[in-house]
Design a protein. Structure first.
Length: 163
């Protein structure tokens, strides 16, 4: 089986928000699109990512025309992966950084997609093997010649365990 790559499961129809958009407009856009977050662009360049929870906490932020702006509440740290990266690398990034979306960019930094936990779940539901070709997993696996030792059968295991 082949290694599942980000390009195989990413969302390519990415909705973006301009950095100078009002928080009210951003909430409306996310709601209309049925998404929970989006990359934020300034002159075509990714400058951040904003989520519904960022927008919900927009009280007391810098305002333009008496409206809070997206660029004052967005996360300026952008976690990105490449289309050719193994899916498990992206999953590990999302878990390690506790993020719900990874921006997919080309080597030149152009936005080509987004990867979310829902994309990964969809792939799993369709029967894709997310860990195929996951060399980090293979390196961690232990191979035992004695299956009884590998699973811990025997009385000594039960008597030493505590809860």
């Amino acid at each position: 089986m082949k290694t599942l790559r980000v390009r195989d499961i990413m969302t390519t129809d990415v909705h973006t928000l301009p950095a100078n958009a009002s928080v009210i407009d951003a909430v409306q856009t996310l709601g209309d699109c049925g998404i929970s977050g989006a990359p934020v662009l300034d002159r075509g360049r990714i400058v951040g990512v904003v989520s519904r929870s960022d927008l919900a906490g927009a009280d007391g932020v810098e305002e333009v025309d008496h409206k809070p702006r997206v660029d004052t509440v967005m996360s300026r740290v952008v976690y990105a992966v490449r289309p050719g990266d193994p899916v498990m690398s992206a999953v590990r990034l999302m878990v390690a950084e506790k993020i719900h979306r990874a921006v997919v960019i080309t080597e030149e930094g152009a936005l080509v997609g987004m990867l979310t936990p829902m994309d990964v779940l969809r792939a799993l539901a369709e029967g894709d093997h997310v860990q195929e070709g996951d060399y980090a997993l293979e390196a961690r696996r232990e191979f035992h010649h004695d299956p009884e030792m590998a699973v811990g059968y025997g009385e000594q295991w039960g008597s030493e365990m505590t809860t």
